[in-house]
Design a binder for this molecule. Structure first.
Ligand code: AMP
Length: 301
């Protein structure tokens, strides 16, 4: 694997691959890599001729009171993981390479999809930073495919819109969330957790599982599903809830009763100073109405 730090060098390195029609898979990351990131790289290696991972802790997606300066940086371990996973190129630029001057052009999604809902509410401007850096990486690498994790559901949805609405000729691949054995979604931020907080953090996936089970057993009231998530989360005193919501996967609109189609259960909150998010996509079972002619009663099954 070759590690390159300038835009000119990575463009140069990919010229031949592009000219000869090879597929190029892009895996954007902020480093502190774990098995979740690795699964994205492996998906790219399996699907594409060339895989490029990027490692860039993007300052413009962090708020003034967020963890940009203390975000974990584990460059050598990241390089080793990527090489081992079969990555061909690592693009790891300095901040000044991607933001040489003050940025005056930004990509801003509608507030109804970004700043007014889910993670956007507590992180105003976050998705503007995400969309802008992803568009820069798309233009620099010009991949044929790009791989994102379902773990960051709102982000993946916005990037899907970015590709469709700004006509990037890129196939997006969403990869499932990789979890620890006890259900905790892997995250670079998990390393901030003390052993006690690490234990408490399993409450997110447990709340999601309880809500998912309810839906699969026939619950169609979003308020009831939300209440179960909130009750479950309230049982863990270390967890401070930001949101627990039920939304449609395609539009991110609040799900209305009766639940139908594919919905996403999404949770965010803090344990100590560590912000955690998780989600679960659920296909709502189709209700089949069967008329019981003898009794004249409609049964649902
Ligand atoms: P990050 O380094 O946190 O910006 O994440 C880089 C990419 O890895 C994003 O597309 C994330 O959604 C994805 N990712 C992070 N954690 C996981 C996970 N546990 N499973 C799958 N993908 C993940």
């Amino acid at each position: 694997m070759q590690t390159l730090t300038t835009i000119a060098a990575i463009r140069d390195a990919l010229v031949n691959a592009r000219m000869s029609g090879q597929t190029i898979g892009l895996v954007p990351t902020m480093g502190a890599l774990h098995a979740g990131h690795r699964s994205l790289v492996e998906a790219s290696v399996a699907a594409c001729d060339i895989t490029v991972a990027t490692l860039f802790v993007n300052p413009t997606q962090f708020g003034p009171n967020e963890d940009f300066s203390r975000y974990p940086r584990t460059f050598e371990a990241d390089q080793a993981l990527l090489a081992d996973a079969g990555c061909d190129f690592l693009f790891a630029p300095a901040v000044t390479e991607l933001y040489p001057d003050e940025q005056s052009i930004w990509l801003q999604a509608d507030a109804a999809l970004a700043d007014d809902i889910l993670c956007g509410v507590s992180r105003p401007g976050h998705f503007r930073g995400v969309l802008t850096i992803v568009a820069k990486l798309f233009n620099i690498i010009q991949p044929t495919h790009a791989f994102f994790g379902q773990k960051d559901f709102q982000q993946a949805t916005l990037i899907q819109r970015l590709v469709e609405e700004l006509n990037f000729p890129i196939t997006l691949v969403r990869c499932p969330t990789v979890r620890e054995a006890d259900g905790l979604a892997m995250s670079s931020r998990n390393r901030y957790l003390s052993p006690a907080d690490r234990e408490a953090a399993t409450i997110l996936s447990r709340a999601l599982s309880a809500a998912k089970e309810m839906i699969l057993e026939g619950e169609t009231e979003p308020d009831a599903v939300q209440a179960v998530m909130e009750q479950c989360l309230a049982a863990e005193p270390a967890f401070v809830l930001e949101y627990a919501e039920v939304r449609q996967t395609d539009t991110l609109a609040t799900a209305s009763a009766p639940l139908m189609g594919e919905i996403v259960l999404a949770i965010a909150g803090k344990i100590g100073t560590t912000r955690l998010i998780d989600n679960e996509v659920v296909g709502v079972p189709q209700v089949r109405a069967t008329a019981n002619v003898a009794e004249g009663i409609a049964h649902v099954s």
